[in-house]
Design a protein. Sequence first.
Length: 163
Amino acid sequence: MARGLDILGDPWGMLVLREVFFGNGRFDAMKSRLGAADSVLTKRLAALVDAGLLARQPYADGGRTRQEYVLTAKGEDALPVLNAVVLWAEKHLPAPSEQSHMFVMHTGCGARTTSADSCTACGERLTVRNTSWHSLTRTPDPVPLAAAPDPAGTTPHANGAAS
Ligand SMILES: [Zn+2]
């Protein structure tokens, strides 16, 4: 467990991962969403790249090429950890407001799951490809999660500039 916490035990690191799962992997968008200082964000992104959970991917920004952050397969595998944090908080911590809730949805059957690694309604294992997160402060509808880019080089499933 200590080895895992070296990577997954840092609050800023987990919030950075949350943003990338939400498809929000561009530095400026993450910075504005998290309200983090550049140095805080830079350090966590570097640590998550070093640990192999995130990868840098170029994208065209007007005439410039910039880097955005995408999940790797190893990063995708952290989904149940983040789901568990969301579900535990929903179960045990009071929400500051009605808008503060966040739900984990299995898009395969449309149910809201209360289990981190499989759908409580139908039993299917949850992956980034069949899971949406619904943060009421972010969007009126659940957001399908981002996935690691296809190794064949096709366009990754991402949500663009979700903010
Ligand atoms: Zn289901």
